[in-house]
Design a protein around this ligand. Sequence first.
Ligand SMILES: [Zn+2]
Length: 331
Amino acid sequence: MQKPAGMQKPAENSSKSAGCTETVASRGSIAYWHYDHLSFPLPEQHRYPRGKYRLVRELLLAEGALAPRQLTPCEPATWELLALLHKPAYLETLRVGALTPQAERELGLPVTHELVLRARAAVWGTQQAALSALRGGAAANLGGGNHHGFPGRGTGYCLLNDIAVAIRYLQQELLVERIAIVDLDVHQGNANAEIFRHDPAVFTLSVHGARNWPYRKAESDLDLALPDGTGDESYLAAIEPVLLKLYEHFRPDLVFYQAGVDLLVSDRLGRLALSLQGLRRRDRLVLELSRDHHCPLVVTMGGGYARDLADTVRAHANTFRELEAVWGRIA
Ligand SMILES: [Zn+2]
């Protein structure tokens, strides 16, 4: 693994490790943020699954996996918070609605005031979830994971980068030292790889489809590019040792899990051909490793574009069912 300085094992009696253990032991129910009350205009037939966020939340509430008191609607992140990562000129174009048609094409979504508000809310949700995780062990954003958002431009449906802004905030406030991004979306987490390329305190892991967009990959601290049609067993066999090494050698104080479900066999963009059950086992692996290593965890949804929206919703809901099963009943 790269970042050798960052992979060194911290002292056994470091205050940071002791803090994590104490936090995990005293955690309560898991807190979730959501922003599906903020919609935005989208052309008919656009493949962006705008409806999945609300459907996942409603499903989890209807089946009793989550209680209403666990959920908080997001507010828009302030421009000051966004400026910890994003370039002032880019933020200004978003503020006044002056993105060029070419920039909109690169994003893949029509940029409206409503979309900007929603993207700001996604950032707020992940930042709040990170603060909650540091207090309580695990927290989630029922959205977010916008890993193609660069400081000065939005690409691949990601206008702003919630995880990277949250990390910059935690660093500014000196709240945490060693952070890992575990990005298991089928697409490479190229923006996060680039943003934290030279930051020894942030380890970026991306496991993705070798032939999926972005075709020109960035360089994460660890990239695992898998072939088309990988399937459940090969996939799980590939990621387990990598994840284990991350938790045991880098020893993060906080993990951001980008739990994209676009690896699903029925996904329009996914090529890795995982089943719903395989994805669920993937989620459980990450969640259990974090729990067993006393490492606070922030879960974000990431991508999911199945031909039948219900498949995507089921897969995302499974992530949060597993989160509740692994982290929710230990308090
Ligand atoms: Zn994706």
